[in-house]
Structure formats: C-alpha cells, structure tokens
Design a protein around this ligand. Sequence first.
Ligand code: B12
Length: 169
Amino acid sequence: MEIVQAALQEVGRRWERNEVSVAQEHLATAITQRVLAQASLRASYLPANGRRALLACVQGNRHSVGLRIVADTLEIGGWEACFLGADVPNADLLAFASMRRPHLIALSLSLPEQLAPTRDAIRDLRDTLGDDCPPIWVGGLVTLRSDQLWRKLGADGWAVDALGRLAPG
Ligand code: B12
C-alpha cells in the first residue's frame, strides 16, 4: 500500500511539472489497479464479521484508487465492502444507502470543489436515514489539508490512509 501510494504521488508531482503525459498517468493508474487486484487475491482475510461498508467517491471525484485501497483493507479485516467507485451522484448515493442499510459509509474526496457536495451528501444521508444513519467517515487528498476539516463536513470520522482505524467494530 505504501509503495502504491508513493508511486502515484510521484506520478502526480511529475505530471504537475509536465514530465508525465495524460497517457502515462492513465497507464500508471491501470498498472496500480492490476497490482491491487493481484494483491487482494493473495491476501489472508479475517473471517466475515457480518458488517457492511458502503464506499463511494463523492459527486465530481474521479480519484477512485485510494478508496479502492480502503475497500480492500476493510474486506481483509472481515467486512463486506460495497465499492461504488468514482463520481457517485448524491441522489444515487442516498437511494443506494437507503436500500442497502450499511453499518459504515466511507466517502472519498480529492479536490476543494468537492467539499460542498460532500457536506450536502452527509447532511442528506443524516436527514433521510435518521437514527439508522451509520457512522460516516471521510478521507482523500483535500482532507489532508487540516486535521479538523472532517468535522466541518459533518462526518463522524476521518483517516489519513486506509490503515487508519475505521469506526467501531
Ligand atoms: C491518478 C490521478 C488522477 C486520475 C484518477 C484515476 C483513478 N481511477 O483514481 C484521473 C486522470 C481521473 C485524475 C483526474 C484529475 N486530477 Co488527478 N491525480 C491523480 C494522482 C496522480 C494520483 C491519485 C491517487 O490515486 N493517489 C494515491 C491514493 C492511494 O491516494 P489518495 O487518493 O489520497 O487515497 C489515500 C488516502 O487519502 C486515504 N483515503 C482516500 N479516500 C478515503 C476515504 C476514507 C473514508 C478514508 C478513511 C481514507 C481515504 O486512503 C487512501 C489510501 O492510502 C494525483 C497525485 C497525488 N499526489 O495524489 C493527482 C491529483 C490528485 N490530481 C489533480 C488534478 C488537478 C486532477 C484534475 C483536475 C486534472 C484535470 N485537469 O482534469 C482531474 C480532476 C478529476 C476529478 N474531477 O476528480 C491534482 C490535484 C491538485 C489539487 N488541487 O489538490 C493532483 C494532486 C496532481 C497534481 N499534483 O497536480 N487524476
């Protein structure tokens, strides 16, 4: 996980300096996804704990690799992880969460313009699910700017990476 994260950060730095083309970045992402899939086949999984997590990149966020790592880590820890991937519209997230009734919702955001949609999504989830709303955790690049940002979004928790402790249980 450390290797994958460091490699993609280096790609990002080189991309910023125009040393890496869009095609090369796409290739690096595709290789990463393949490596992650192979690693998940070799991992040893804890027995199922009967808990379901719903994971989604918020509306507008196309950076899904980091959340995939979070999903794989939860599965290795015995959770059932339902990974919805990139750019999930708020209305669809809400409908899916209402139907699926997860024990944890993990939302990922990367860019500053994704802060407002995340705040809206968390508010709508709480309004709709009421007392049944599970803990909502957030993470992703933009959340690393301050260790208090997650509170302003209305979330219940935050972690800097997939190794952080996620929610009770
Ligand atoms: C790959 C990549 C892309 C790919 C993503 C492909 C995919 N399927 O994921 C694509 C091509 C789609 C892309 C698009 C863009 N990108 Co981009 N991208 C990257 C790159 C190189 C790597 C991202 C990544 O995978 N990082 C590795 C993962 C493992 O880290 P992570 O996402 O932070 O996730 C970890 C933690 O944050 C945490 N975590 C994440 N989510 C969650 C959730 C919870 C609940 C928890 C607990 C933890 C958690 O755990 C993860 C594992 O440790 C970064 C560079 C970088 N420094 O990150 C730029 C980068 C993020 N992108 C950037 C930009 C500007 C863009 C675009 C705007 C470019 C453009 N002009 O189109 C678009 C925006 C797309 C959008 N609307 O979201 C900038 C953002 C700058 C900023 N303002 O902050 C970066 C930093 C590159 C740069 N240096 O300029 N990008």
